[in-house]
Design a protein around this ligand. Structure first.
Ligand code: BDR
Ligand code: CA
Length: 309
């Protein structure tokens, strides 16, 4: 199975990405590291431990990462994810401890020890990944690719131009997109098409095992923010699970290989991912950008995996 490291900021959709990954034997989760983003670094770390406790994967090493973005104040999304970062369900308290080291150290250890290249799967701001790439050049060759949730070719969700994960730490995202490591970008173009509807949530509830139950309750809470008619959504976009679904079943997605750059200065466009979809520049292609998903197939995959718990 494919070795991966998940760097996340749970966060409802991060939690569902973890739950989906843990239910998938095709993936070998070597570590889970946490970034500051949806909530404070203390809370996202605690939430990752709670989710892995819920799914019985206390064997996976976990480590907390950077306390703030590379050169900016931390912005959190408590308006989306609530006071705890995972408001809604009652979650177990962790039954295990994080590793006594920094996320970057844990990632470096996994890469060093791995006999095959490892895929990095960041679903939060890219601070930890950027620190890893900047401080461990010698390990770049041990990274297969970076499959990230972040960015948008078209519109943002935090500012008119920027998606949240990139906006929180644009300097980190800039380092990642310039690294030369192959990137798959699951941005808003695709995640806004990966919506989960009320009837899907009911199906998940009916599975009636403890993990599916918590997932349904996470989704109930996540729906609240996305019901605002301004979004024009019928359901809620399952951003972060798109990364895992892409690894499991790439045929569900449509993609275009493009150059992507990150705006680190614009007065209106800070944190924007500039996607050269029509090859209007000579900038070298660095990213597989996902633009579309078979929504039905995506939701069916999630439901099928949840039923295995
Ligand atoms: C991203 O921001 C966070 O709120 C979600 O967890 C997701 O990673 C979507 O813009
Ligand atoms: Ca996230």
């Amino acid at each position: 199975s494919r070795p991966i490291i998940i760097d996340c900021d749970p966060g409802h959709d991060d939690a569902i990405a973890l739950i989906l990954a843990c239910a998938s034997p095709e993936l070998d989760i070597k570590a889970v590291t946490t970034s500051a983003g949806n909530q404070t670094p203390e809370k996202t770390l605690h939430n990752a431990l709670r989710i892995l406790t819920l799914v019985g994967r206390t064997d996976i090493p976990v480590a907390g990462g950077a306390l703030q973005p590379l050169s900016r104040e931390l912005i959190i999304a408590d308006n989306v994810h609530g006071e705890t970062g995972l408001d809604g369900p009652v979650l177990p308290e962790p039954t295990f401890e994080p590793q006594p080291c920094h996320a970057v150290e844990l990632m470096a250890k996994v890469l060093t020890e791995s006999t095959e290249p490892v895929t990095l799967v960041p679903t939060g701001p890219l601070t930890n990944i950027a620190l890893l790439l900047a401080t461990h050049r010698e390990l770049h060759s041990k990274i297969d690719s970076i499959v990230l949730m972040g960015g948008a070719a078209e519109v943002g969700n935090w500012t008119p131009a920027a998606e949240f994960n990139i906006y929180v730490d644009p300097e980190a995202a800039d380092i990642v997109f310039k690294s030369g490591i192959p990137i798959t970008m699951c941005g808003l173009d695709v995640t806004h098409r990966a919506q989960i509807m009320d009837e899907d949530i009911e199906k998940i509830r009916e599975i009636n095992n403890p993990v599916a139950q918590v997932t349904a309750e996470l989704l109930d809470f996540f729906m609240i923010y996305h019901r605002d008619p301004k979004w024009g959504f019928e359901g809620a976009p399952l951003h972060d699970p798109c990364t895992i679904a892409w690894l499991l079943k790439p045929t569900l997605f449509a993609s275009i290989n493009c150059w992507v750059g990150v705006e680190t200065q614009g007065s209106h466009t800070l944190g924007m991912t500039v996607v050269d979809r029509y090859q209007l520049t000579d900038n070298p292609i660095n990213t597989t950008v996902l633009f579309d998903v078979n929504r039905r197939g995506f939701v069916d995959l999630l439901v099928e995996r949840l039923a295995n718990y």
